[in-house]
Design a binder for this molecule. Structure first.
Ligand SMILES: Nc1nc2c(ncn2[C@@H]2O[C@H](COP(=O)(O)OP(=O)(O)OP(=O)(O)O)[C@@H](O)[C@H]2O)c(=O)[nH]1
Ligand SMILES: [Mg+2]
Length: 196
């Protein structure tokens, strides 16, 4: 990887390992897993690239519903797990159900659980009903969740306080990091939180 492709100061080696379409022995090999979840198109794959500092590690796309399997990456001594998005209305019902079941299986199966789940919401919209439903399930199952509000680069400075109030009204006192996979805003803070 060239220096040109790096956006993060943290240079843990990162590489694509495989796509899993369901159960796979790799999930139970004892390596700590950090999962990225969120609405389709919210920026999960872009976040994975920004956090690792490798621009094209995961495939990001303007077309929603791009990630259709569970993509696993090694990152230092951990795995990063890029999951398909939820809530994309334009997918055929059967495919939407399959993706939702795949995400549910990964997050809530009896054999392993991720060390951390990074739930990404859109900073401009705040959490949608689907985001809140998934968050409720994560908390009910005692998963450790880190909430990040991506695409914060699209928020005007003058709207920050209003957005913060919106987030607090829906998420209470849960911490949320303002973040942008595009500009790198919030990346150091999120990395610090992930690594501690
Ligand atoms: N302005 C801005 N655009 C972003 C940001 N993060 C992602 N995007 C754009 O949003 C679109 C979706 O990004 P992805 O990373 O592919 O989103 P995803 O959540 O992985 O999408 P699926 O795999 O389809 O669920 C792409 O066009 C990205 O360039 C951000 O922080 N700011
Ligand atoms: Mg994706």
């Amino acid at each position: 990887m060239t220096e040109k492709n790096r956006t993060s100061n943290l240079s843990l080696p990162a590489k694509f390992l495989k796509t899993a379409m369901g159960a796979d022995p790799i999930f139970s090999d004892g390596t700590p897993q950090i999962a990225l979840i969120g609405r389709s198109n919210v920026g999960k794959s872009s976040t994975l690239n920004a956090l690792t500092g490798v621009k094209k590690l995961a495939i990001a796309s303007a077309t929603p519903g791009r990630t259709r399997g569970i993509n696993l990456f090694s990152w230092g001594d951990s795995y990063l797990v890029d999951l398909p998005g939820y809530g994309y209305a334009k997918l055929p019902d059967k495919e939407r159900r399959r993706l939702s079941e795949l995400m549910g299986w990964y997050l809530f199966n009896d054999s392993f659980s991720p060390r951390l789940v990074i739930q990404i919401i859109d900073a401009r919209l705040g959490p949608t009903p689907a985001d809140l439903e998934v968050l409720g399930l994560l908390e009910a199952n005692e998963r450790r969740v880190l909430l990040i509000a991506n695409k914060s680069d699209k928020i005007k400075a003058g709207d920050r306080a209003k957005i913060r109030r919106l987030l607090t009204s829906k998420l209470g006192s849960r911490p949320v990091f303002f973040y942008s996979a595009k500009t790198g805003m919030g990346v150091p803070e999120v990395l610090k939180e992930i690594l501690c």
